[in-house]
Design a protein. Structure first.
Lengths: 287, 328
């Protein structure tokens, strides 16, 4: 029999995987372009609502909606990048923060307009329901599924970044953008693709998050805080850093809620401030 | 740049601190609500408080270039301190203001050692994190702050022993406007001093200032403490005039709102925060009457438009138009 601390660890890592899928796109785009995109979770929210509409109104199976959530967020991000973001790459942090907070506000209002402010529940397929018992641990099927998705996404990202031509271009651009341009890498195009992929992953994360944390118009802000914490703790542009930070924050959050509920969200903010005081560039950051 | 001064530094600073007619007109116009909109005086006093808060953010953001997403921390500290002061000590308002400012300044000074070490995204995240930490702390310490129910039972005495806070807000507006004016004078003096000039130098080039003999870190520590104290005064004012403090005073929304006000008016200009706060609060008052839940849609549109079309806010746009017009 395993002590309950393993149960907390399991739930924390499952939650961390969800946060990782939500935040990894932002980390890479921040590292690549230094573009502070506070509307990242608005794309996640879009993915969530796509899944809700497809499942509830069109009766699609849950798994078929996940790619659609990815594509919807990726497509919208390409449009937004073309029209708005592209003009602000060289602007100050403050302008980027303001523009993207503005977009997040707009997305919250639009979601409230179309869907109301209530939570949007979905009904999962039966095989993701329930839980099973392993050595005294209560393992929820959906959380196991989240961990599996998290690992698949991580492996795919690492393979893409480490072993493909595109990945090499991304790494070169993150390391030294001017040099990469000098070598003939089309950094703007690389960035647009990376941005779309990252937003798509956020959309996927939004769809996966419905079962765990629910979906309402405030999602774009509630989870923005978590995503920003993970990005800054993990270090900009680092996939491994985001992964480690997501696990750290996920476990801290669940452990905090389990062992010291009166502290509320205190613990994760404390972890973030402590890590940033110790290493201003994040755990795996280089700048 | 065409306005590089060729005069002696003292004369340059003196010429900047001279009062212009438009400024006198502005401050006379702030008295108009007493006669023109006597039904809106409580809104006017909220605008005065928001202006003061935006002015405090302007000192660090507009002048020293320190972007903060957690400035509500000091506003909330001032508000809770003034509220608790009136419950546990006495209800005299001016000492309450000083208490609020002192506590906010103390915390501001302590955190300024962290703030001055970082720039860019890390700085934004640290300010956000500290703000959220304080919000959670106030939420947890329900025995002191009343938690999510807010602080109840604030009773303040008459201002200077003569004027009690009435339903129409005559006293509230006079009081907040008076405090705003005094603080504004102090901020104006500060900005038009060599210290203010050094702050602008830090905003333009953080690394170069120490090389010409102005230690960036210690300047940022000083201005951050001052700014925290002013935000504390603003918070204390809202606690005294509304006689309640809720957790909302510490929230991220309040930090975001004040940022929007300042940028809307024009950061790095003394009147930017004042104009922005007035436009923002009046627009919110009008729009909330129509559809409160969609107010943030318009804020969002406003932000996108300001960033894309008016990079220096309303005042920046106006002064550009004015410059073009006067060149003709």
């Amino acid at each position: 029999m395993l002590p309950p601390v393993f149960g907390v660890l399991f739930d924390g890592i499952a939650y961390g995987m969800l946060l990782f899928v939500l935040s990894v796109g932002l980390s890479v785009t921040l590292g690549l372009m230094n573009f502070v995109n506070l509307a990242h979770c608005a794309f996640a929210m879009l993915g969530g609502y796509v899944t809700v509409i497809l499942m509830r109104d069109l009766h699609w199976p849950f798994f078929a909606t996940l790619p659609m959530a990815f594509c919807a967020a990726a497509l919208l991000s390409i449009v937004v990048e073309r029209i708005l973001y592209r003009r602000l790459y060289r602007a100050s942090d403050l302008d980027q923060v303001l523009l993207t907070i503005g977009l997040a506000f707009i997305s919250v209002a639009i979601a409230a307009w179309f869907f109301g402010t209530q939570q949007q529940p979905i009904t999962l397929p039966s095989y993701l329901h329930g839980s099973f018992n392993v050595m005294g641990l209560n393992i929820a099927a959906y959380r196991l599924f989240l961990i599996a998705i998290g690992i698949v996404v991580t492996v795919m990202l690492i393979v893409t970044v480490e072993h493909t031509r595109f990945g090499a271009q991304v790494r070169a651009a993150v390391d030294n953008q001017r040099m990469a341009r000098g070598l003939g890498i089309d950094v703007d195009r690389t960035f647009a693709i990376t941005f779309a992929l990252g937003s798509g992953l956020a959309g996927l994360g939004g769809a996966l998050a419905i079962e765990i944390v629910g979906l309402d118009p405030q999602f774009a802000f509630t989870y923005l805080v978590y995503v920003l914490i993970i990005v800054s703790v993990g270090g900009l542009g680092s996939i491994g850093g985001s992964f480690a930070a997501a696990c750290l924050i996920g476990v801290s959050d669940i452990a905090g809620k389990y062992y010291a509920p009166q502290l509320g969200a205190f613990l994760i903010y404390l972890v973030m401030v402590a890590v940033l005081m110790w290493r201003p560039a994040g755990l795996f950051g280089r700048r | 740049m065409t306005d590089i001064p060729t005069v002696a530094p003292q004369l340059y600073l003196q010429s900047r601190s001279r009062w212009r007619p438009i400024e006198i007109v502005f401050w006379l116009a702030t008295l108009l609500p007493f006669w023109l909109f006597p039904d809106y005086l409580s809104l006017a006093s909220q605008i005065a408080v928001a202006s003061l808060f935006a002015l405090s953010l302007d000192l660090i953001l507009g002048y020293a270039g320190v972007v903060s997403l957690g400035h509500a921390a000091f506003f909330g500290l001032g508000a809770y301190t003034a509220g608790l002061f009136s419950i546990y000590v006495w209800g005299e308002v001016f000492t309450g203001l000083i208490a609020g400012a002192a506590v906010a300044a103390l915390v501001g000074y302590a955190s300024s050692f962290i703030i001055s070490r970082f720039r860019h995204l890390t700085l934004i995240m640290i300010t956000l994190g500290l703000g959220l930490l304080l919000h959670e702390a106030a939420n947890s310490a329900g025995w002191l702050t009343g938690g999510s129910d807010g602080l109840q039972g604030i009773e303040v005495w008459k201002v200077a022993g003569l004027f009690s806070f009435d339903l129409y807000g005559v006293t509230a507006y006079s009081y907040t406007l008076g405090v705003l004016f005094v603080v504004f004078l102090a901020a104006r003096r500060l900005i038009n001093s060599p210290f203010g000039l050094a702050l602008r130098g830090i905003r333009e080039n953080f690394v170069r200032m120490p090389a010409i003999g102005a230690d960036s870190n210690s300047h940022i520590r000083k201005v951050y403490t001052i700014s925290a104290a002013l935000a504390g005064v603003a918070g204390a004012l809202i606690a005294q005039t509304t006689q309640t403090v809720s957790l909302e005073a510490l929230s991220f929304e309040r930090s975001a709102d004040v940022l929007v006000m300042l940028v809307l008016g024009g950061a790095g200009r003394l009147y930017g925060g004042l104009i922005g706060a007035a436009v923002f609060m009046i627009a919110r008052d009008q729009f909330s009457g129509i559809a409160p839940q969609y107010w943030y849609f318009w804020i969002g549109i406003l932000l996108v438009v300001v960033v894309m079309l008016l990079p220096n806010g309303i005042l920046g746009g106006l002064s550009k138009i004015f410059a073009r017009w006067s060149r003709r």
